[in-house]
Design a protein around this ligand. Structure first.
Ligand code: CP
Ligand code: NVA
Length: 343
């Protein structure tokens, strides 16, 4: 639900604020460290989370491994070359065996059905680390980044980016309703935006070539959640960025689609996010940029990607704190319904 999502984001923000002073001994936060500050509770103490990844990962894997350490537990990376799954053993048997020894499974799979199969037979919670259809943990980081930078979307963009006292009280900086444009492939990251952003009051404007639109099962979910009213969809990138406060894109060639590269590069010609595109399309002159990474130049040029509008690297950092909050909730001891966090 939306209130639970906001509490999860607030908890991510809290975990970041209490952890960073300890992790950056050279930084100003460490120098000013209050005697009340401490590391987050060891809520994964003695626990192991299996990272069952059949595709590559930098951010998701690092987030899981480093946040498990901070919560006092262990993340055990099981890549496709490491275990019997897919060669000598079925997902069903694998899920049962891993679940007999670990307290949670964070799984990155090919087809979405694979994660459903794992969840069906696992005796412990299974969390999606990316599938062909969805990438739910990614948009948690995107939303945390937007909330933390809420002041950038106000007419007077001078407020500090992080209200530390708010973080310690376990609250999230308020974010005004935004117009978010997504220019590119209708893939896993966009699909989670489609079922979430409209429920948070943000408008979505999507441009993708007609043959690359969300599959029926995703669209059915969008309608079931009544998100369709908040979404504009077309094939002209300039039209999509009209009034956009945030412009988002992703690779045009997702993992597993390498064979379609030539065809996709052709279909997405003209979809590269640039200053010119957004100016000509009438984006908010103050627009900001998000990208889940890894990034290629095809979908966004260097000027935008490395320029002052880009929040892509803070967004990457926030993968850690949001995944840490989810681990704390699903596999650890954090109670999402508790009112506030005590220091
Ligand atoms: N954004 C993201 O999921 O990155 P990785 O594939 O590197 O984990
Ligand atoms: N759409 C991309 C996201 C990578 C994080 C992919 O699935 O490869």
């Amino acid at each position: 639900s939306v209130p639970q999502l906001k509490r999860l984001l607030a908890h991510s923000h809290y975990l970041k604020q209490v952890s960073l002073p300890w992790l950056e001994p050279q930084g100003p936060a460490y120098q000013k460290k209050s005697s009340k500050l401490r590391l987050p509770s060891q809520s994964l103490f003695n626990k192991t989370i299996a990272l069952l990844f059949s595709k590559r990962s930098t951010r998701t894997r690092l987030s899981a491994e480093t946040s498990a350490v901070l919560l006092g537990g262990r993340a055990l990376f099981l890549g496709r070359e490491d275990i019997q799954l897919g060669v000598n053993e079925s997902p069903r048997d694998t899920a049962r065996v891993i679940g007999g020894m670990c307290q949670g499974i964070f799984a990155r799979v090919g087809e979405h059905e694979e994660i459903e199969e794992l969840a069906k037979y696992s005796p412990v919670p299974v969390l999606n680390a990316l599938s062909s259809l969805w990438h739910p943990t990614q948009i948690l980081a995107d939303l945390l980044t937007l909330h933390e930078n809420a002041h950038l979307f106000e007419p007077d963009a001078t407020a500090p980016s992080i209200d530390k006292r708010a973080a310690y009280k376990n609250t999230l900086p308020e974010l005004r309703p935004l117009t978010v444009a997504y220019v590119g492939d209708s893939a896993n990251v966009l699909h989670d935006m489609l079922v979430t952003y409209p429920r948070l009051g943000h408008k979505l404007r999507v441009a993708s070539p007609e043959q690359y639109r969300a599959p029926t099962e995703v669209w059915n979910r969008v309608k079931e959640l009544e998100c369709d009213k908040g979404i504009w969809w077309g094939s002209d990138p300039k039209e999509a960025v009209q009034g956009a406060d945030v412009v988002v894109t992703d690779t045009w060639i997702s993992m597993g689609q390498e064979a379609e590269k030539a065809e996709r590069l052709k279909a997405f010609a003209g979809y590269q996010v640039t200053e010119d595109l957004c100016r000509e399309g009438g984006a908010n002159p103050n627009w900001k940029f998000l990208h889940c990474l890894p990034r290629k130049q095809d979908e966004v040029d260097d000027e935008v990607f490395y320029g002052p509008r880009s929040l892509a690297f803070p967004e990457a950092d926030n993968r850690k704190w949001t995944i840490m909050a989810i681990f704390d909730l699903l596999f650890g001891k954090w109670n999402i319904s508790a009112e506030s966090q005590s220091l």
